[in-house]
Design a protein around this ligand. Structure first.
Ligand SMILES: Nc1ncnc2c1ncn2[C@@H]1O[C@H](COP(=O)(O)OP(=O)(O)OP(=O)(O)O)[C@@H](O)[C@H]1O
Ligand SMILES: [Mg+2]
Length: 340
């Protein structure tokens, strides 16, 4: 075995990229944002550095999110972003000579064309062999579930662009659904709400800040307020406004409804024995947006099944992916590679 050869896991998310290396856990967490010069098409900054540029750069610099709803929307930029993140995660240049084996997670309903696009992008970004894992399986393993037994688990991974809902048993997905509603939609709903009720225009990061600091999906779970700055839609002048958890809940609950419908549909399609397991164990929530206050309560109230948010839910997919790759022995890796 080549000791210098590393296993790398990438959670290539709509909002965030996480990278795990070998047994070191998560070594990189950065926004999946790239700043591009719109004239020359050169990449100017990637990740955290690019995020700081949003709304603060001259007209010829634009920021791009190369992953949309969990799938690659810009192939060239995604490759550059991944090459940069893999290089940053494997700091020691000597180790970079031996290209790593890379596992990448994909949403459960990814088409074959999209799967090949992800594989190709990772290969071109500097991987020896590329392995794909479905996001809900990785999330379950990362949350510490034993999915190898014939017993049903339901995972709902609520990310930035997509919510992946899946029933898992015996190391496989029994039934699943991918709903294109997640964190970004809650931000958008807050922007629209502020326009409608306070005549206030705010940027994406302010809307996200309001969601994290005051967002609430179940009455009484949270009673916070935040002071924000935005511009008046009529005068264009900046002003300050206080926003409370209570006033936001109606619009946020309405935004969450397609996710609730998705969970109900998947539960309806679940064979009865597995449904009974899920009823006993509850639904496990992962992904950054599962942290919106009251999401677990809203799911319990609308589906009648308990829901629990995993520990550090934003890290589950990346941690699960590296566990899966670390556990594959050479024979298993070879047979996976041969199947492609
Ligand atoms: N404490 C928090 N409360 C509420 N929302 C949060 C919190 N922290 C992060 N988020 C939201 O979580 C989302 C990002 O989650 P995550 O990293 O799981 O998504 P992703 O994997 O990039 O997206 P996807 O899986 O859809 O491709 C963002 O919308 C972010 O605003
Ligand atoms: Mg994700």
């Amino acid at each position: 075995m080549n000791l210098l050869k590393q296993n790398v896991a990438i959670d290539l998310g709509t909002s965030t990229v996480l990278v795990c290396v070998g047994k070191r856990g998560v070594v990189l967490k950065e926004p999946s944002i790239v700043a591009v010069n719109s004239g020359t098409r050169d990449v100017v900054a990637i990740g955290e550095e690019a995020r700081h540029m949003i709304g603060r750069t001259p007209g010829d610099i634009t920021t791009v999110r190369p992953i949309r709803n969990g799938v690659i929307s810009s192939f060239t930029i995604t490759k550059k972003m991944m090459r940069y993140f893999i290089g940053k995660a494997l700091k020691n240049p000597f180790k970079r000579i031996f290209l790593p084996d890379v596992i990448v997670c994909i949403p459960s309903k990814t088409t074959n064309v999209e799967r090949r696009a992800v594989e190709q992008a990772v290969q071109d970004a500097g991987a020896h062999r590329v392995f794909l894992v479905e996001e809900p399986l990785a999330a379950a393993v990362g949350a510490g579930l034993d999915i190898s037994r014939p017993s049903g688990h339901m995972i709902v991974d609520i990310g930035g662009g997509t919510t992946d809902i899946a029933v898992i048993s015996f190391d496989g997905i029994v039934t699943s659904r991918s709903v294109k509603v997640a964190g970004d939609d809650f931000d958008e709903a807050i922007k629209n709400y502020l326009k409608r009720t306070h005549n206030m225009l705010v940027g994406d990061s302010t809307a996200e800040y309001v969601k994290i600091e005051a967002g609430c999906l179940y009455e009484g779970v949270r009673n916070d307020s935040v002071e924000i700055h935005g511009s008046d839609m009529i005068t264009g002048l900046p002003y300050e406004q206080t926003v409370t958890s209570q006033e936001l809940s109606e619009t946020l609950i309405a935004t969450a409804m397609p996710i609730i419908d998705g969970i109900r549909n998947v539960l309806e399609e679940t064979p009865p024995e597995l449904a009974a397991d899920i009823y006993t164990k509850g639904i496990l929530l992962t992904g950054g947006s599962s942290q919106i206050a009251g999401f677990d309560e809203l799911i319990r109230k609308t589906t009648g099944v308990e829901a629990v948010v995993a520990d550090e839910p934003q890290y589950c997919v990346a941690r699960g992916s590296i566990n899966i790759l670390n556990r594959m022995d050479k024979a298993k890796k070879n047979s996976y590679a041969a199947k492609k």
